[in-house]
Design a protein around this ligand. Structure first.
Ligand code: B1M
Length: 213
């Protein structure tokens, strides 16, 4: 049984979506719990992807292919997780800020978050501040992730924090930010709770912000 999970993690790392779906089903047929298959198969494989990506040993295309494989396993696992009442690590709202149409990095971050066991609500691109506010009220996430790729839209993150404060929701969430022009210095300046330079670190930071690292 442990062999099936090891193989599952390996095939996920290799991005073999078909094998991941088959092995996920096999592990369940062998009597393993959905939580076990998730933690010791899919998430284990995706963490390896994160480690290698951070170390620049693999690149964006490999991560996207692994994420697709993760999705194929998750499609089989999700109904079982719901039946078993398995709770995600927490909820993260993700979005690219107003005026910014870049979403490749933001999508990678979402995928790594899902790979780490978070439920992700993706608001998409060009997201106005009030849409983030509404999502905080409706979805009650623990973390809100904002991405900006332009120096001109990066400042929108600062504006969003002001709007969150005015709307009385700033203290309800931890704010994690990132994107090519964004830095730790900028995050400190505007009072964001966290900054991550890449998708794998973003998932780690979300855990840290929730005190579960
Ligand atoms: Co745009 N673009 N673009 N573009 N584009 C850049 C960003 C640019 C650096 C290119 C350049 O001039 N060298 C430049 C910005 C300059 C600046 O402001 N400093 C630029 C420009 C100027 C523009 C336009 C203004 C061009 C024009 O129309 N004149 C325009 C703006 C449109 C708009 O947004 N309003 C524009 C448009 C576009 C396309 C639509 C054509 C396309 C986007 C397609 C899409 O996303 N669906 C595009 C692309 C593809 C790029 C480049 C080439 C690649 C961006 C990318 O996807 N990188 C980019 C140049 C470059 O970066 N080499 C460029 C790969 C991705 C995996 O990395 O997004 O950095 P990245 O995400 C990383 C980290 O940043 C981090 O993790 C990710 C994965 O490790 N991260 C987070 C990201 N979000 C995070 C959130 C977190 C934590 C980490 O927490 C929540």
């Amino acid at each position: 049984m442990a062999e099936t999970l090891d193989q599952l993690a390996k095939e996920l790392f290799a991005g073999n979506a078909k094998a991941v779906a088959e092995l996920t089903q096999k592990a369940l047929d062998e009597g393993l719990s959905a939580q076990d298959v998730l933690t010791n198969g899919l998430i284990k494989g995706m963490s390896q992807v994160g480690v290698k990506f951070k170390a620049n040993e693999i690149y964006v295309p490999e991560v996207l292919i692994a994420a697709r494989a993760m999705k194929s396993g998750m499609s089989i696992l999700k109904p079982k997780l719901a039946e078993g009442g398995v709770q995600p690590l927490g909820k993260v709202i993700m979005g690219t800020v107003k005026g910014d149409l870049h979403d490749i990095g933001k999508n990678l971050v979402s995928m790594m978050m899902e790979g780490a066991g978070f439920e992700v609500v993706d608001l998409g691109i060009d997201v106005p501040a009030d849409k983030f506010v509404q999502a905080i009220k409706d979805e009650k996430p623990q973390v809100i992730g904002m991405s900006a790729l332009l120096t001109t839209t990066m400042v929108q993150i600062r504006e969003n924090l002001k709007v969150f404060q005015e709307a009385g929701v700033r203290d309800q969430v931890k704010v994690l930010i990132g994107g090519a022009p964004v830095t730790q210095k900028f995050a400190d300046e505007i009072g964001a709770d966290g900054y991550a330079p890449d998708a794998a670190s973003a998932a780690d930071s979300a855990k840290e912000l929730m005190g579960i690292a």
